[in-house]
Design a protein around this ligand. Structure first.
Ligand SMILES: [Zn+2]
Length: 233
């Protein structure tokens, strides 16, 4: 029996959430889950529709993209996942979708402004959009450089990946992460909903103001702060 059975199952379950949550169609999207102790991650195989995907199809790789276990070719975005796991040592799962509203903001190359308390319940910053990469980079090791593009965006804007667990890649779409694969998928759905709300807000009032700092802090702190009182203990 595979020693990666539970990791493959975690990865499989998280991938299967994407179509259920209306975040993907056909073979779009991919989720991975990491096992830090073993130094490996599990990811969806490339081009396999969700209806026929099985836990045993999930591919196991190390952070240098070497296949450790699995008969199928891993997701074409695998190198981006490997890069982020290597650089950001406290993330446990990564999700990538082509969800409509998230992609629309990415294609418009716009950060998603923080307009309301729904956004502030999850993060206190605008959701960053990384600029499209140069022609030279596109010709190179594309998926690896995509990881670098995300990293550069966070360092340029001075954002911490543990506070903002999502990014838009200009002209492409969203990547999200979290403490495990399920949280990464959760963040993809939250991002899609925030992207939709922000889009509608600007339709109703193109000059809608950004949320006030006092409300940003209040909403974030009551859910995530030292004295959080949202939910049940
Ligand atoms: Zn993609």
């Amino acid at each position: 029996m595979s020693s990666y059975k539970s990791l493959k199952e975690e990865c499989y379950e998280a991938n299967m959430e994407l179509p259920k949550l209306d975040l993907v169609i056909y073979t779009f999207g991919n989720v991975s889950a990491v096992d830090r102790e073993k130094g490996v991650f599990a990811i969806k195989p490339s081009g396999v529709p969700y209806e026929v995907l099985k836990p045993e199809d999930i591919v196991i790789l190390d952070f240098d993209n070497k296949v450790i276990e699995g008969n199928m070719r891993p997701s074409s975005d695998t190198k981006t996942h490997a890069f982020l796991y290597k650089e950001w040592t406290e993330i446990g799962g990564i999700a990538h979708t082509h969800a409509t509203y998230s992609v629309s903001w990415a294609q418009a190359q716009r950060d998603i402004p923080i307009f309301g308390t729904t956004h502030a319940d999850h993060l206190t910053a605008d959701i960053p959009c990384a600029p499209p990469m140069s022609d030279e980079l596109i010709q190179g090791d594309y998926e690896h450089v995509t990881g670098q593009q995300i990293l550069d965006c966070f360092s340029d804007k001075g954002i911490n990946y543990k506070e903002v667990e999502m990014v838009l890649l200009g002209n492409h779409g969203p990547f999200t992460w979290g403490k495990n694969a399920a949280k990464a998928v959760y963040n993809s759905k939250v991002l899609e909903e925030l992207a939709r709300m922000a889009y509608l807000t600007l339709q109703i009032n193109p000059n809608a103001p950004r949320l006030k700092d006092a409300l940003i802090n209040k909403h974030y702190e009551r859910k995530h702060g030292k004295n959080a009182y949202y939910g049940q203990n």
